[in-house]
Ligand binder design. Structure first.
Ligand code: 26W
Length: 808
């Protein structure tokens, strides 16, 4: 393994890359040039580690996991790579010659935002843990030319801009010129003497681009292989030859648009042909790649299931089940039954949402059009599955209709979650509650047939990014108190319990929180143009904007507090800064309206002299991984207020608690396990529990009753609906309020309002006692050990993938 570079040598390497790779004179180098030069130094070492890891795994014929995901929210790479390579100090020193800090230089790197939210960021944390644990692993996804849109706020409203993250090139990818696979679409299927032959109509090439994922505390790395769609070289040469370049270009685009842009939607499936093509495109390329690698090392595919575990990150790659069957049977001549048994041993599937509208289904007619052979395979899988199910419960046709891979109500559709369950040997949810609800609700019939197939894998986050990198000051306090091992063994944090009452520790802990809040305040000033005081309580809700996450309930609290301060200005109010950030799907009108409401309410409150700093409301634009790295360390209070039973897990809840925020939350998702780990006295739980939510809906929920019986609530809703926060257009939020009062208030904001407001008053009371608050914040950090993604990945490895960490 490469020896550590001496610090002066690192400075010299930076200079050499400035000249030879970036192509600028040292004295002219901008921060961006320096970022690129430092990245090149890291890249060289990563490349060496990649080659060695690959050689080692090939020689060991190691069993591997292949993680298929439409999304990887990697964020920036530089600081993480330097930390993994032990180069942070050297790089910082090398940059001193240029009078630059590593932090400022690292800030020039654009985020790799190839994902929407929780699911995509989870995939990125998992890669970090797989590399760190030395698991032989490959992540596979799409090299989107444009990632998650950039959010700008104009006149209080969200405006979306494209995210051309590759515009200036990225130092982190390794184009693999020799690795390319054809991916076919369309056409029809002929059956020649019983042998199916797919006469496809079009073909595109998938080209591999690798990102090396460094492990921490190990020379091992993992690989994220992303596929770019490229038109086959022979495409429309005719048009090219006749000089009709416009036509040649548009044909080329028709192929290449497959990897053009990430669908910026995490709530409802896009349902577009291009999205289906994206899903098949990356799955087909990835499976060809893993089959090729297998055949390079083994004589046949017969033992594929012993050598590889394929994981489906939600249903987006579920077409892989049909694709592997097609490859094994049609292209490699394996008998159907043998191939089906092999598939079942190979695939596993994680569900990330219970929301019915988020469950993917594709019209049968569309699959027929894009993937005719796969549709035949899906029908055969379904037929054999339903025959088996009929033997399990003879005569129960309703049971069979519910289980079928085809939804026959209205336009026939393929249910991708059912395909995933039938094709996998293990299916998991992402928190204890979510996994329980899965088998009680959407997968109840499947659990009746295969109870042992369903399991739980509670999510986690990587402590390298979310503590060591995001919060260097707290990290060094932990290093001094516990030693450095917590980075690789987060359970070490438990030992902090001994320091909860230690005055010196408390003093330092509070000073660090104060410094992180000052940093966040400066960021808010710069990006939102609002000045906030680090001495106020920083109350933070950062996540995608969605009705079920109930940002609107948070706004109801803010307006309640505003009116209460006006009614009683001399009371001893705890100054509060309520901080929101998050993107709304571009077509999700209600979510966008909530963003605008936050801005309108903010501009009234923030400019009301009677409030005198007792309350501020800010919206930090363009939330993403790098913005989160600034926000998480600066939060006092973490808002996790989804309607019980709706948030599969949440992972922001873990990042905030890990950085010493107290949670105010419902009994939902991983909040429940956070409560169990930090102790009931160290978390603010409010609102209806999942069974109560069900019971209330069953009994006929009447939101108007709450409006009529709670004067404070009535005052708030009347103010919002009456246009108090938007006098120039008083009707702007009428529909939003009507959806609560007259539209059924599907997420029960009004039912939880009173309990939420009362709990916020308990938050104030605790915040008035800084030592008590600090003790509880420390208890939160101490309890976060189990929420390391290392723990999650160990569980997947031993209970689902059956993979051992590599030894070397
Ligand atoms: C097809 C449209 C679509 C796209 C993405 C629907 C749904 C999704 C995802 C399942 C949304 C998502 O990111 N879910 C989140 O996954 C996190 C990681 O497991 C959980 O922590 C969050 O609770 C869950 O909302």
């Amino acid at each position: 393994m490469n020896p550590p570079i001496a610090k002066h040598a690192l400075a010299a390497q930076i200079e050499e890359h400035l000249l030879c790779t970036v192509g600028v004179a040292s004295e002219d180098a901008t921060q961006t040039d320096l970022m690129q030069a430092v990245a090149q130094v890291a890249r060289q070492q990563l490349s060496q580690r990649w080659v060695e890891t690959q050689a080692h795994q090939r020689a060991a014929k190691a069993r591997r996991v292949v993680y298929l995901s439409m999304e990887f929210l990697m964020g920036r790479t530089l600081s993480n790579a330097l930390a993994a390579l032990n180069l942070t100090g050297g790089a910082a020193q090398g940059l001193m010659q240029h009078a630059q800090t590593l932090e400022d230089v690292a800030d020039r790197e654009p985020d790799a935002a190839l994902g929407n939210g929780g699911l995509g960021r989870l995939a990125a944390c998992f890669l970090d843990s797989m590399a760190t644990l030395g698991l032989p692993s490959f992540g596979y996804g799409i090299r989107y030319e444009y990632g998650m849109f950039a959010q700008d706020i104009q006149d209080g409203a969200q405006v979306e801009y494209p995210d051309p993250w590759l515009q200036d090139g990225t130092p982190w990818e390794f184009p693999r010129a020799g690795i390319s696979y054809p991916v076919r679409f369309g056409g029809w299927v002929e059956h020649l003497n019983g042998t199916p032959v797919w006469r496809h109509a079009g073909e595109v090439a998938a080209k591999a681009y690798d990102m090396v994922v460094p492990g921490h505390g190990t020379p091992l790395v993992s690989t994220l292989r992303l596929w770019k769609a490229v038109a086959p070289a022979h495409i429309d040469l005719g048009a090219f030859n006749t000089g009709d370049y416009a036509r040649a270009a548009s044909t080329k685009n028709e192929f290449e648009n497959i990897s053009w842009v990430l669908y910026p939607n995490d709530s409802t499936p896009a349902g577009r042909e291009l999205r289906l093509k994206q899903e098949y495109f990356f799955v087909a390329a990835s499976i060809q790649d893993l089959v090729k690698r297998h055949l390079d090392e083994h004589p046949t595919l017969g033992n594929l299931a012993e050598q590889v575990a394929i994981h489906l990150n939600d249903t987006h790659p579920a077409i892989g089940v049909a694709e592997l069957m097609r490859l094994l049977c049609d292209e490699h001549g394996m008998p159907w039954a043998e191939a089906w048994a092999l598939c079942g041993k190979t695939f596993s599937y994680t569900n990330h949402t219970l929301m019915p509208e988020a469950l993917e289904t594709w019209p049968v007619a569309l699959i027929q059009h894009v993937l005719p052979r796969h549709l035949e395979i899906i029908f055969r899988i379904n037929k054999e599955f339903l025959e088996m199910a009929a033997r399990h419960r003879p005569g129960d046709n309703a049971f069979l209709a519910r289980l079928s891979l085809i939804d026959e109500h209205g336009e026939r559709r393929v249910r991708m979650a059912h395909l995933s369950v039938v094709g996998s040997h293990k299916v998991n949810g992402v928190s204890a509650l979510h996994s329980d609800l899965l088998v009680q609700t959407i997968f109840a019939d499947f659990a009746d047939i295969w109870p042992e197939r369903f399991t739980n894998m509670t999510n986690g986050v990587t402590p390298r990014r979310w503590l060591a990198q995001a919060n260097p000051q707290l990290s060094s306090l932990l290093d001094g108190t516990l030693g450095r091992q917590w980075r690789l063994d987060l359970d070490q944090l438990k030992r902090l319990d001994e320091y909860r009452l230690d005055a010196e520790f408390q003093g330092r802990f509070m000073a660090i929180k104060r410094a992180n809040k000052a940093r966040l305040a400066a960021y808010i000033e710069k990006t939102a143009g609002i000045s906030v005081s680090p001495d106020s309580l920083f109350d933070v809700q950062v996540k995608r904007i969605h009705e079920y996450k109930r940002q609107l309930l948070n706004v109801l609290h803010v307006v309640t507090r505003y009116q209460a301060i006006l009614a009683n200005p001399t009371a001893d109010w705890v100054p509060r800064t309520v901080i929101f950030a998050g993107k709304a799907a571009s077509s999700y009108h209600t979510a966008k309206s909530i963003i605008r409401l936050i801005h309108d309410v903010g501009s009234v409150i923030n400019n009301d002299p009677r409030i005198a700093g007792k309350l501020k409301l800010v919206f930090v634009p363009n939330y993403g991984v790098s913005v989160a790295e600034v926000i998480m360390p600066g939060a006092d209070l973490s808002e996790q207020i989804s309607t019980a039973g709706t948030e599969a897990s949440g992972t922001g809840n873990m990042k905030l608690a890990l950085n010493g925020a107290l949670t105010i939350g419902t009994d939902d998702g991983a909040n429940i396990e956070i409560r169990q780990n930090v102790g009931d006295e160290n978390i603010f739980i409010f609102g209806l529990k999942t069974p109560e939510v069900h019971a209330l809906r069953q009994s006929g929920y009447q939101p108007m009753r709450y409006y009529e019986s709670l004067p404070a609530l009535k005052g708030v809703l009347d103010a919002i609906a009456g246009g108090q926060f938007c006098p120039s257009e008083p009707g702007r939020y009428r529909a939003l309020v009507d959806s609560l009062l007259w539209g059924g208030d599907h997420y029960l904001l009004l039912a939880d309002y009173e309990s939420y407001i009362a709990t916020q008053l308990r938050v104030d009371a605790l915040y008035r006692q800084p030592a008590q608050w600090c003790e509880r914040a420390t208890a939160n950090v101490a309890g976060m050990g189990v929420f390391s993604s290392d723990r999650t990945i160990r569980e997947y490895a031993s209970q689902i993938w059956n993979i051992e960490p590599a030894t070397r």
